[in-house]
Design a protein around this ligand. Structure first.
Ligand code: 2YJ
Length: 267
């Protein structure tokens, strides 16, 4: 699991709102519509929550400690959705106490293993892995227009890759998985997916869900010219040239989509 770095997330605070606009241009949905879709809430329900709920982010010092700008970035994303959002002054348990005392409805917090949002009123909890995987998988479906019966590649069969494969299969996609770790191939097959044996086969795929976490290994010569990529994997797999060339054809972010969907799943 990739640990976020301050230098990667530095721009999220100022760009959270414009990324919402770009997402809408690319897929037809923004944070709120995607949060509604994945959580099974109506857009009206999410909008009502946004206008009523306070969200708090508690910095967590355990393990590798606080990531400078992490809590502020999460706050900026929920604020871009319209929530009344704040970072607690205190950290850890004292921060959770502060969030309750300030009547936060949803509390976000992350340690090295898990990033969650807890609804203090209903007890509902959402997990970033699921929110991110389902959010990005749905965005691939939206970019595709119709994913049913379409050959779709999932790169990486870790936590996020598995959740994306499951989501895409439920949407009717024919899922092929590329995974470098040979020990996982048996699992891919027994889970009911096809294996991409050689990365050269990737060129045949128009639809790609990329959940790998080695940056810069994917060049445009390895991809179909009309490829559409939804890429929650961090760092981005596309090399610098491919990222520039395919700008209009891929979606990637570090925190925004997952965080927005988490809000929906905690409402
Ligand atoms: O509060 C803080 O600033 C830190 N404790 C945040 C830690 C963020 N955690 C991570 O980046 C981990 N890799 C877990 C993320 C899970 C996302 N799927």
């Amino acid at each position: 699991m990739t640990r976020l770095k301050t230098e990667w997330i530095r721009t999220i605070e100022e760009a959270a709102s414009s990324w919402n606009d770009i997402l809408k241009q690319k897929t037809g949905v923004g944070y709120i519509e995607l949060a509604a879709c994945i959580s099974g809430n109506s857009v009206e329900n999410i909008k009502a929550a946004v206008s009523e709920y306070k969200t708090a982010v508690v910095p967590v010092t355990s393990g590798e400690g606080v990531i400078t700008d992490f809590a502020e970035s999460v706050t900026a994303i929920t604020a871009a959705m319209g929530f009344n959002s704040f970072v607690t002054d205190k950290t850890d348990v004292d921060g959770i106490y502060e969030a309750y005392m300030k009547s936060a409805d949803i509390i976000y917090m992350a340690d090295d293993n898990r990033y969650i949002a807890v609804n203090t009123k209903t007890g509902r909890i959402s997990d970033n892995n699921k929110a991110t995987a389902y959010g990005f998988a749905e965005l691939l479906c939206l970019m595709a227009g119709e994913i049913k019966n379409k050959k779709t590649a999932v790169l990486g069969y870790g936590i996020i890759g598995r959740l994306m494969a499951e989501y895409l299969r439920n949407k009717g996609a024919v899922v092929y998985v590329y995974e470098q770790n040979d020990d996982l191939k048996g699992k891919i097959i027994s889970d009911g997916y096809f294996c991409i044996e050689n990365i050269r086969e990737l060129k045949q795929f128009k639809y790609i869900a990329d959940a790998t976490n080695t940056g810069g290994w994917l060049g445009s010569d390895m991809l179909a010219s009309d490829v559409l990529i939804s890429a929650p994997g961090i760092p981005l797999s596309l090399d610098v040239q491919a990222a520039e060339q395919l700008k209009a054809r891929y979606i990637h972010d570090l925190l925004e989509i997952g965080t927005a969907v988490m809000a929906g799943m905690a409402v």
